[in-house]
Design a protein around this ligand. Sequence first.
Ligand code: ADP
Length: 492
Amino acid sequence: MRAETTTVPARLPESLRTGLFIDGKWQSATSTFDDHDPSSGQLLTRVGAADATDVDRAVRAARTAFNDSWGSVSGAERGALLYRLADLIERDAAILAELESLDIGKPIGQPTALDLPNTIATFRHFAGWADKIHGDSIPTAGYMGRPTHSYTIREPIGVVAAIIPWNTPLMIAGWKLAPALAAGNTLVVKPAEDAPLSILYLGRLIEEAGFPPGVVNIVPGLGDVAGAALVRHRDVDKVSFTGSPRVGQDIQRTAAETFKRVTLELGGKSPQIVLADADVDAAVQGIAMGLFFNQGEVCAAGTRILVHRSLYDRVVAALGEAARSQIPGAPFDLATTIGPLVNRRQQETVLAYIEKGKAEGARLVAGGGRVNRAGFFVEPTVFADVSNDSTIAREEIFGPVGAVMPFDDVDEAIRMANDTEYGLAATIWTRDVTLAHTLARKVRAGAVWVNGWAAIDPALPWGGMKTSGIGRELGWSGILANTEEKSVTVVL
Ligand code: ADP
């Protein structure tokens, strides 16, 4: 037997396991990777790194569970298990929120107020679907002069690989696990290297809830080792991925070899459009949240701020003020409003974008450098007079950096909003109900919010257009994305 080579500092819960969860058992890996605390740069713990052999064992366990135990569990029983899991997440919400803060560096109030309630709501939402997934009875024209009876069935796809990003790991794991399980699939989950802890803890709760062994397997590890092995594996039927467009493209290419289904959510460069009649105070507050929440490490961050020229100077000044009033600090200090970025590489990437913004001629209104303290902090940064063609307006920065630009009329606003490779989300600030709905139709984005950034809900489909990805998660779309449709015709 290989020893479980992990060190668990006192701050981590005793019950947290840091190995691999395969076929209902916690196992060690032959090697480990280091998981760091982004607010100090110190080692938090070492986590088992699955290799291709481990991934193969996890996929086999998921296949066996799919064919045997899980296949005979009714929708109502699957729903009951999902409800039980939601209750356990709720029971341990404080622990899970702390793990998210510790691992990613986000201020503790944020996972407490958003990630945990959303994750719990997601499991409950899909628990409710589990016994309501049905096909249709369809009138048909008959067969060789005989009448026919035709209907459709929605069946689970099989073994689903869920590849999770580090920015909101537990919530996004919930978005993938809950619909897949409700629909009767089994899973192999690959957490991100930078933030595996909440998903490992979730593994303990999945065990406690009583899911049969092999229904959910968790294989932490490196993206190009464990992640790539999952995507290549011939017995994985679907890959659900959230992450960068570059990796998403690789995944789609590799998945094509075995005709795997894919759902890809690949981030964005989402516009926030402030129309001339907007409630400016509410808009500025919402825009600041869309820029600085979770350190700006959010796929739906509203980073391109398009403001009607009549409000432009006022909004630029107010956003500069909002940036300067953020309080960078330790995630467990209740005064903190913005934590460190997840790692040094991310900090350097964001700082390089800021330098590029300066070099390309944008006007720096606030921030613009690192914060002078330990950890991977970057100042909340606002640029004005940004050209929509410049690098900071085109590329996803994944840090607390906003680009503000003026427009003169609604047509120009829509043109600018859509002049991007991405299409994940858009926010419109207006009191004019006709304009709100007109622009909502015209903007090319998977989610449109009017007068409130990131009004997400597990009942609503989630996913992007263009480079922001393929397919939808959540809501009924989440069930469709986790089922195959079969037609049955009986010649009477
Ligand atoms: P980021 O650049 O923000 O870290 P990534 O797209 O690289 O985002 O990572 C998102 C998730 O994809 C992580 O779990 C990571 O380990 C995984 N990943 C990275 N590379 C690959 C790959 N080649 N195949 C499969 N998964 C990968």
